[in-house]
Structures are given as C-alpha cells and as structure tokens.
Design a protein around this ligand. Structure first.
Ligand code: SF4
Length: 568
C-alpha cells in the first residue's frame, strides 16, 4: 500500500474507547453503509466491525502484485477464456489471454506514467514476473476440468437488487454459471474461482464455511434472477488444481440464509448507530488498523510476520481519539429492513463485541422452508442480542428484578423467528423448547420433595439442557438449534430416560450425579437412534425370535460378553 501521503488515510472516524465511531455526519451513508448485502460483507459482519468500517475508507490497493490484484487479474483471464467458443478454450488460449492482459497493464502509456521511478529493463522484468504469477495462480484450472467440455451460460453474472433469505437485499457477481444436464434436464451449475487455498476440514469446523455460504447465497440469487435454482455449486481452487462441491441441501441452505439474514441485521444496527465495535483475534495481525487500534494494543496484537505489505502506521492512518461519550453519527437514510429500536441496537453491539470470534456466528432465527414466503415478516436480530451484558432485565431468572422492568421481556412473532429485535420470540419453537426445560426441572423437584428455588431450578435445568444439547449435537453432526424439530424429539426421549432411570436423589456426592448424567445421555441417544433404525427398516419388519425378551436373555444382557454392546 502506498502510504506516502500527508493526508490521513482515514477521515471521519475516531477511536472512542474500543469502538471506532463516525465523527463525520455523512461518512456512514457515503462510504460505509451498503444498500444491499454481498456474501463478503455478510462474512465481515461476523468479524471486527471497526475493521469493516475502516476498510471502506482506505484507498484501494494499486499494486498489481498484491494478493487481491493478482486474484482479480487471474479471474479476469480465466473468465475471458470461458467466454471463448468452447473448442478454443485451451492452455494456449490461456497463455495468449495472459499475454494480452500483461500488454495492457505494461503498455507504453503505463510506462510513461512511472518512467521516472523505473527503467525499461526493470519494467519488462516486472511484466515477466507478473505473467509468472498468473500462471502459478491460474494455469492449474485445466487440472480441475477440461474447459472445452463446459457449457458456459454466463460469466460475472450480476444479481444486484434481488431479495433473498426472507427479505435481505443482496448483491454480487457470480464468477461463472454453467449449464449441466441433471436427470436429462438442463440445470445451472455455479462456479466460483479462488486463487487461495481450500480450508482444511479442521478450519471448516472451527471457523465455518464462508466459501460454502457464498455459493449457497449465489444459488438463491440465481433462482431470483433466472427462476431456476442451481443444481450444483463448486469452488475451483485454481492455484492448486482442486475443486470442492458445495452441499445445496435445504438444511444447509437454511443455515446459510439464517446467517445472511443475521448479518444484514448487524450491518443495519451498526450503520444506524455509527458505532463500530472492535473485536480482537488472530486476524488482527493482518488488519490495516493494527498499528493504531487501541483494542489490539491492549490485547498485545501486532503485525503478523506473514504479512506481505507493511500496514500503515498510526500517523499515516491519522485516526484521532475522542472521549468515550463523544457524539457519533449514524445513517440518516430511512430505516431499512429490519426495524431496530435504539435499545436493541446498543445491546446488539455489546453482544457482538463481547462474543469470541469463533463463537459469533449469528443464528438468530429459522427461515421458512421457502425463504421468499417470509419476505414480509418482522425482522430479527442475532440470538446474542437476547442475552446481553447490560440488559436491565434478569432474563435468566437468577435475580429478583424481573418484575421491576416495565418493558416486555419477550417479543411476539412467527414460530420460526427465535428472536425479534433482540428479544426471545414467545411464540417461537425456540421459546417452547427453552421454557419447557425449567418447567420439567420444577416438576422433578416437586416430585422428589426437594425445594423449588433459583439454585435448584437452575442446576437441574442446566443438567437437562446439557443432555439435550449433547444428544442433539451427536445426531446432527455437531449442529444445535433449540428450534430444530429433533430438539422436540430429544426432549421427549429424555422424559422417557428419566422415567426409566430415576434421578439420583439419594446420591451423597457429586459423582452420583455425574454418573447419572453420563448414563442418561447415552440412553437418550439410544432412544433417538433406535427411532432412526426403525425408520431405516422400512415397512417390512422381519420376523425374528423373542429370545432377547426372555428372562434368560435379560440376565445375559445384564452381564454382556466382552465386545457385546450393552444398553446404557
Ligand atoms: S486490529 Fe483487530 S481489533 Fe483492531 S480494528 Fe483491526 S481487527 Fe479490529
């Protein structure tokens, strides 16, 4: 980045405690607020929002060797190739396109602009280096597929202005949409090109699958633009000659839609307020603000050794520091989807700020199976906003001041909306789930003749909830939402577990409860999995011996041979 300038790189923003706030009344609307959400902005909403705001003001990278510029050039060359007649898409054509792009970038006119800083020999040398980089990043596309065999419908398909995910205005460009034949029918295949590397399975689990989310957003957008959703979505990692097919199942699509919708909520909250919280984490080392950011300094973060371009200094950035109660200016544009009340906005910001980066993956609500059917529904904020540090209400019921709060603790909406404006929707599936568990705990305490108070209800509620969460994650590949249908089934199975495995009220130490929890978790899992077994048997159940139900078999099950599974 060229930072040789006396003018501050960032103007209109200031540090205020651990926030970056808008001190210029127009900066949010002119530079930061988006009219529609792209997949990349949606991803940014999960990270540091101060970084997001500042990056909108930083000058664009001009270095043709920067990661982003090389990626853009490689994309352009590959897309140009796919715009050629299919038979012409050869490696020779790739090289010819690379050469013609290089001739434009390294033209005589461009040389004239910099001839006082570089001689012609070095200029030609950088041109050759650039071509080498393009080959390194793009030529292995031929290992992924034979471009001559692909039917290209469109490259750089724009979807600005479409509405997806139950009411979110979306925008973006899809690298390529091909036509493929699926079950004798023409269908779309979305292809996104990446010059970076594919995430490992470990990283996908730990940090989420933003590449997959991007393709799923594109799939909904293609449906809006063309009337047909995509049958297949792929990411082509052109530097490495590998591709990954992205699952487009309704389950995964719904998950992505929820995230996208929550990201739009966050975008609107922070731009309405003009207050962008910092969030420190491993990515601080790559952040252009790292040399000036007070939160990064407090957390001991500094520039990563792996960063290629030195980030600007605090002086070059020129971001002033103001008092923590300084005035900040939010958007003056009409409130967009969703409607966010001021109290919810501040609460949501606090929640975003306090959540660890790996945990803040907003999953606020359940979009309807057809996201477009819910386009006029009330909007939701992330589930984090239902539990914020500065809530006056004691939402978890451990204190005494609930009755002193005049405002409603719950919102009301449609069953698939877990929260609305930061409040748990009392009509939601999630509310049904979370309110049923303390009630169950209360019933069990009364049955056992134990006292009913905050401490006993909370402890037993937490125990039951832990079992439900463990079982649900086990059968849902690590995923968990209170409003999932399977959550209801698991709560039912847990009731049966408790009937068949009474709670250890006579335990005299912790170990008795720990052992019960372990056995109850296993038993509840087995009840759920046995249901799946039954489903898989179909409607024809083969006749078999009743020997396992005879008294002798019961005795042998009680003392199984080594290697024989015993029901918990
Ligand atoms: S250095 Fe870290 S906390 Fe500060 S703005 Fe950048 S990403 Fe956010």
């Amino acid at each position: 980045m060229n930072t040789a300038t006396a003018t501050p790189l960032i103007q209109g923003l200031a540090w205020s405690g651990e926030y970056l706030i808008a001190t210029d009344p127009d900066v949010v609307d002119k530079r930061i607020r988006r009219k529609a959400l792209s997949a990349s902005t949606g991803k940014s909403m999960k990270g540091c929002l101060a970084k997001y705001a500042a990056e909108k003001l930083l000058p664009r990278e001009k270095d043709p060797f920067s990661v982003s510029e090389l990626g853009t050039s490689t994309h352009a060359i590959i897309e140009d190739m796919y715009n050629m007649p299919a038979d012409d898409r050869t490696l020779d054509a790739f090289h010819a396109l690379k050469d013609s792009h290089a001739d434009i970038k390294w033209s005589a006119d461009e040389f004239a602009k910099v001839s006082d800083t570089i001689n012609l020999t070095d200029w030609e040398k950088t041109k050759l280096e650039w071509k080498g980089e393009i080959v390194r990043l793009g030529a292995r596309v031929f290992e992924i597929e034979d471009p001559r065999q692909q039917t290209t419908y469109k490259t750089e398909m724009s979807f600005e202005g479409v509405t997806i995910a139950g009411g979110v205005p979306a925008m973006g460009f899809i690298d390529r949409v091909d036509v493929i034949v699926v079950r004798e029918k023409d269908r779309f295949k979305i292809v996104d090109l990446k010059t970076g590397k594919m995430k490992s399975a470990f990283d996908l689990r730990r940090y989420g699958d933003d590449h997959g989310d991007q393709i799923r957003i594109y799939s909904d957008a293609v449906r809006e633009v063309t009337g047909e959703s995509a049958a297949v979505g792929e990411i082509h990692y052109t530097q490495f000659g590998t591709a990954r097919e992205i699952p487009l199942s309704e389950l995964m699509m719904d998950h992505t839609r929820k995230d996208f919708r929550a990201a739009w909520d966050i975008h609107n909250i922070v731009t309405d307020s003009g207050k962008f919280p910092t969030k420190t984490g491993p990515l601080c080392g790559w952040c252009p603000l790292v040399n000036a950011c007070p939160a990064a300094k407090a957390a001991g973060k500094s520039v990563s050794d792996k960063v290629k371009d030195v980030p600007p200094s605090a002086v070059q950035l020129g971001i002033p520091t103001v008092r923590t109660d300084a005035v900040h200016f939010g958007s003056k544009l009409p409130v967009t989807n969703p409607v966010v009340e001021p109290i919810a906005a501040s609460a949501a910001i606090a929640a975003i700020k306090s959540a660890p980066s790996t945990e803040f993956i907003p999953l606020s609500d359940t979009a309807p199976a057809d996201p477009f059917a819910g386009a006029d529904t009330a909007q939701t904020a992330s589930n984090s906003t239902a539990h914020v540090p500065d809530d006056k209400a004691d939402n978890n019921g451990t204190g005494t001041n609930i009755m002193s709060i005049a405002e409603s603790l719950f919102s009301e909406g449609k069953p698939w909306e877990a929260t609305i404006n930061g409040k748990l929707n009392g009509a939601s599936y999630a509310a049904i789930a979370v309110t049923s568990i303390p009630q169950m705990a209360g019933e069990l305490l009364i049955e056992a003749g134990r006292p009913l108070n905050n401490a006993t209800i909370d402890r037993l509620t937490d125990l039951l909830a832990e079992i439900i969460i463990t079982v649900q994650k086990d059968v849902r590949g690590g995923e968990f939402n209170w409003d999932d249908g399977i959550n209801t089934r698991i709560r039912g199975a847990l009731r049966t577990t408790i009937e068949t495995l009474p709670l250890p009220w006579d335990a005299t130490d912790e170990a008795g409860w720990v052992a019960w929890q372990s056995t109850a978790t296993k038993r509840t899992t087995i009840f759920i999995k046995k249901g799946l077994r039954l489903f898989n048997l179909g409607t024809t159940i083969e006749t078999s011996s009743f020997s396992s139900l005879l008294p002798t078999a019961v005795a042998s099950i009680a003392s199984p041979k080594p290697g024989v599974q015993k029901v918990a």
